[in-house]
Design a protein. Structure first.
Length: 264
């Protein structure tokens, strides 16, 4: 009994520590929600993909509330781009989560759904790494924002909402490139805008997956508690960070997460 309690304590400490790392990455780069949490839950704690997606969505929604409010206070949100993205993303997220949960509840399809979601996550990571790398190559000391089409923002919102609803991934690795590369929002405002949008979409995703029984509430609470340690540290560090350094760190996190998924 004592050994079990010790193991539980060690596991709880690991979850809190890993949550702090996730919070640090999330606050600095906008990446660290599903893209980092899901590989950790699968590789370290042995969760199935759909359960990991549901649990990661809860963690992301809790953590991004803290990080999102911090970025709003710092003025790092492009509200016009965010509004049009959300108009497309919210219905897409709700419909997609319901569809995935329904398919996963069919025993003969559950394995195929797990594998399909994993493949989609890997594909999104690769595309996002390519997008961020190209942006890093072109970036200068100052990134000026440019006007963007509302139709483009709406279409991007539908795409991102569909991906987040099906995989739990997209806050940093899809929304960040969408705001920064596609809509031309500066990198720091892209981070803030992507966090606020991901907060809303992750909350919707978490609610649907939890109602479908596909989430681990205890793990979500412990890792979220740890993340609240990392986010304030990140907010202090980002004030003096150069755009180039943020791009490099974002690519490093994506590369690490991809490695965990491919070689677990």
């Amino acid at each position: 009994m004592e050994q079990i309690l010790v193991l539980l304590t060690i596991e709880s400490f690991m979850k809190i520590a890993l949550g702090a790392l996730i919070g640090l990455c999330l606050g600095l780069t906008g990446v660290g929600g599903g893209v980092l949490i899901i590989p950790i839950l699968q590789v370290i704690f042995g969760m199935q993909t759909i359960m990991a997606v549901g649990t990661a969505s809860i963690i992301s929604s809790i953590v991004k509330a803290n990080a999102g409010i911090s970025h709003i206070a710092a003025g790092n949100v492009d509200w016009k781009a965010l509004r049009w993205m959300l108009i497309g993303a919210i219905p897409a997220t709700l419909l997609t989560t319901e569809f995935i949960i329904h398919l996963y509840s069919i025993p003969s399809l559950s394995t195929a759904i797990n594998q399909t979601v994993e493949v989609v996550i890997v594909g999104i990571m690769l595309l996002s790494m390519y997008s961020i790398y190209n942006k890093y190559r072109r970036c200068t000391q100052q990134n000026a924002s440019r006007d963007h089409s509302n139709k483009v923002a709406l279409s991007a919102g539908v795409t991102c909402g569909t991906v987040i609803g099906s995989t739990g991934v997209g806050g940093g690795i899809m929304l960040l490139p969408a705001f920064n590369t596609l809509l031309g929002v500066g990198i720091k405002k892209s981070i803030g805008s992507s966090l606020v949008m991901a907060l809303i979409l992750s909350t919707l995703t978490a609610l649907n997956y939890s109602l479908g029984g596909q989430s681990d509430i205890t793990t979500a609470i412990l890792m979220s508690a740890g993340a609240f340690i990392g986010v304030p540290i990140a907010m202090k560090l980002i004030k003096g960070a150069k755009d180039q350094h943020i791009y490099i760190l974002t690519l490093a996190i994506l590369f690490l997460s991809l490695g965990m998924l491919l070689f677990r």
